[in-house]
Design a protein around this ligand. Structure first.
Ligand SMILES: [Fe+2]
Length: 197
């Protein structure tokens, strides 16, 4: 197991945050590094990071940087497990380790998409992205990237690696029919490799 690969990745991410003013530039720098990280995930992930849950997709903390707020998780998706429609209120970079991850995007059609309100939200389903091992996707906030992610019932388990710009302990969950959203807590397991103080 190599911590150095992960430490280098986190250092590169913090360097991108310090050197870039636009978050779209930050994720552009991190995306190819995430592709490298998922291709070499056997060098730093432990069996505990592959824990699944029969009731819902599992989130296993791999690393958190208490200074910059970066957080890295493995997500393990059994067939048929999906997130709610949600956003993250921050930027993110997602890479796939195993299986096929599906991301259903949503367009927000109400006039002021950055307004901080929890109703009157007009969402339409947008494009679908299929991510296979080695593939990477990114998102930036304001307006937030609203999406639903998961593994179809007909496919084998999927494992993905998710980097966020903050500790991902809550996000907005959307009710598309009702046009509402609510902030919900998001749990994870604590089998992390360490923290960067
Ligand atoms: Fe997400």
């Amino acid at each position: 197991m190599s911590q150095s690969l992960l430490n280098t990745f986190i250092a590169d991410c913090n360097g991108a945050l310090e050197n870039k003013t636009e978050l779209s530039d930050v994720v552009a720098v991190i995306a190819p590094r995430m592709a490298n990280l998922v291709n070499r995930s056997d060098e730093f992930l432990k069996p505990e990071h592959f824990q699944s849950d029969p009731d819902h997709y599992a989130r296993n903390l791999v690393y958190e940087d208490t200074k910059s707020g970066l957080s890295l998780y493995t997500l393990v998706w059994n067939p048929g497990q999906w997130t709610p429609v949600h956003d993250h209120g921050t930027w993110g970079v997602v890479g796939v380790i195993e299986g096929q991850l599906q991301e259903q995007g949503y367009m927000r059609l109400d006039a002021d998409q950055t307004a901080d309100r929890n109703d009157g939200i007009d969402l339409r389903r947008a494009g679908l992205v299929l991510l296979t091992p080695g593939a990477v996707s990114t998102f930036v906030p304001n307006p937030d990237h609203i999406h639903q992610t998961g593994c179809p019932e007909s496919l084998p388990r999927c494992v993905s690696l998710h980097l966020y710009g903050r500790e991902m302990n809550s996000f907005f969950s959307y009710d598309v029919e009702a046009g509402t959203r609510e902030l919900i807590e998001v749990a994870h397991t604590e089998t992390q490799l360490g923290t960067c103080e």
